[in-house]
Write a protein that binds this ligand. Structure first.
Ligand SMILES: Cc1cc2nc3c(=O)[nH]c(=O)nc-3n(C[C@H](O)[C@H](O)[C@H](O)COP(=O)(O)OP(=O)(O)OC[C@H]3O[C@@H](n4cnc5c(N)ncnc54)[C@H](O)[C@@H]3O)c2cc1C
Length: 495
């Protein structure tokens, strides 16, 4: 790995795409592949650790320079991660993410356990808690910590991993590739960086929501299918730390309270720190006043589920308000209409699809992609087969989550618009009905949470006529939502 261009001879036109991936070492029926991963964020590090532990030689190229700081608090205070703009937005690590950590990266999980993180046992909010099974209790849990804590622990594990090298401060600027094969498809052979060219058997893009992969592939003449839609919401987050490092009594799983046009989520994190996220419509301009921490805190103190958390005697804000908007549901597929548009180049994490953050599924879906890629690499070392098979798997097991996020956003926009007295159209979706039915019926609750926690595909519920007919029955007369603050009161505080 790391040959300068002059020493690098591309494969001939005939064998581009069919050449065995590695000159590599065969062991246990597998071929060790030299892999370059672009991006050392959550998805890139998860993928790299899984693949390095499967015997591949992995090099991660990360544009941000700073190594992971010594402690979780140092990471929060001073880790500069310009490449991950959501680094200081609240994150929940849902059931599937948690399960992958427990089962696949037990050493990282052990470090997480030592970090004073907060576990939300979702069975506590089940319609019939006594009916919750052991399996419910094991699967349906969310771990909450600062995203800086999670990335620090992952980055330190990656730095300690024998087959894995993380090169920080290296920005990838393009791809190198062999000439096109008979079908016009080129095989990627490495990357260009500000520190020179690096050769690889397989390049994995984990460059996040703003991945430059479409530009790089365009330069190779390889088309990319792109789909995106703005979720239409605005997010304002504010972080607090409790004075005694402990948390007040639990709140109903992330529910921080509601006013017409505003939903508040609470994320108790690690070490007495917790974040609030206030979500509303981007078009609801008055919500911009939430950027003022005093106004923000005044709203939070009027929301009964969390008023006791933000009581000045209990906790004080530790940041400015962090706004974020125009977030997209987005998907990238390296596809030329008939097949993969490049071989030797795949993507994971937000580069594949990024979905509405309020569902908290991003890192779980990155983990699903990483596990699927690992399985594909256990079956074949042929660039063409990898590209074809991994694309098929992503279409089957990842893309459905994009459409679920789009449907979820539609439901949320509808609810917010209704609350504001704006016109809405169409029927209430099956998805919304099932979500509401899950608050009343244990079977609906269990099945819907299996989806919410990214264990089961949405179709496992939505395509089940019996379950859906039960959800319709239960939601025939849906009561209007109840609010913790009226719109007039909210507007009054916002000024
Ligand atoms: C507001 C918000 C809240 C969220 N909340 C949750 C949540 O609660 N739970 C959850 O699971 N997910 C959540 N997500 C989603 C989650 O943050 C992402 O799914 C996750 O970060 C994806 O990991 P990634 O590795 O694909 O991308 P990122 O973590 O964004 O990492 C991309 C990395 O690539 C690097 N990079 C980019 N280009 C280059 C280049 N050319 N050369 C070298 N390096 C490069 C960047 O510096 C960065 O380090 C949230 C997202 C947002 C926006």
């Amino acid at each position: 790995m790391g040959l300068p261009r002059s020493e690098y001879t591309p494969a001939s036109v005939e064998d581009a795409g069919t050449r065995s991936l590695a000159s590599g070492v065969r062991h246990e029926g597998m071929v060790t592949v030299e892999i370059v991963v672009i991006g050392g964020g959550a998805g890139g590090l998860l993928t790299s650790l899984l693949l390095a532990r499967d015997g591949h030689d992995v090099t991660v190229l990360e544009r941000d320079e700073q190594p992971p700081p010594a402690t979780n608090d140092d990471a929060w205070d001073s880790w500069t991660r310009a490449g991950v703009s959501q680094m200081r937005q609240p994150h929940g690590f849902i059931g599937k993410t948690r399960a992958v950590l427990v089962e696949e990266l037990p050493d990282v999980w052990a470090r997480i356990q030592e970090s004073d993180t907060y576990t939300v046992d979702l069975t506590r909010f089940a319609p019939d808690q006594d009916a919750a099974t052991e399996e419910d209790r094991r699967r349906l849990r969310v771990e909450v910590m600062r995203r800086t804590t999670f990335d620090r622990l992952m980055a330190r594990a990656a730095d300690a991993e024998p087959n894995l090298e993380v090169r920080r401060g290296v920005a990838v600027s393009g791809l190198t590739a062999a000439d096109a094969d008979a079908t016009g498809v080129r095989t990627v052979r490495g990357v260009t960086t500000d520190a020179g060219e690096i050769e690889a058997d397989l390049v994995i893009d984990s460059g996040g929501r703003r991945s430059a992969a479409p530009r790089w592939l365009d330069a190779l003449g390889a088309p990319v299918e792109q789909w995106s839609e703005s979720d239409g919401f605005t997010y304002h987050s504010l972080w607090f730390r409790t004075h005694d490092g402990r948390y007040p009594e639990n709140v109903a799983a992330f529910f921080g309270g509601m006013a017409p046009g505003l939903l508040t989520l609470i994320f108790p994190g690690d070490a007495g720190v917790f974040g609030l996220a206030m979500v509303g419509l981007g078009s609801d301009k008055i919500l911009r006043r939430l950027r003022d921490p005093e106004i923000y805190t005044a709203v939070a103190r009027r929301l009964s589920p969390i008023a006791h958390w933000v009581d000045p005697a209990v906790a004080a804000p530790i940041t400015d308000v962090i706004p974020m908007g125009a977030i997209q549901n987005r998907r990238l597929r390296f596809w030329n209409g008939e097949g993969p548009s490049a071989f030797g180049f795949v993507n994971v994490g937000d580069s594949v699809l990024s979905t509405n953050p309020s569902l908290g599924r991003g890192i779980a879906l990155a983990a699903v992609g990483a596990l699927e890629l690992r399985s594909v690499l256990r079956q074949t070392d042929q660039p063409r087969e990898i590209a074809v098979e991994f694309d098929r798997v992503k279409e089957e097991r990842l893309t459905p989550w994009l459409w679920d996020a789009v449907a979820s956003d539609q439901g949320m926009r509808r609810a917010l618009n209704e609350a504001l007295g704006n016109p809405t159209n169409g029927d209430i979706s099956d998805r919304t009905r099932l979500a509401r039915a899950s608050m009343m019926d244990m079977d609906c609750w269990r099945r819907w949470n299996g989806v919410n926690q990214a264990f089961d595909l949405p179709s496992s519920c939505l395509d089940d006529p019996e379950l859906m007919s039960r959800a319709h029955e239960l939601t025939e007369d849906m009561p209007p939502p109840s609010y913790n603050l009226s719109r007039d009161e909210l507007v009054d505080i916002l000024g």
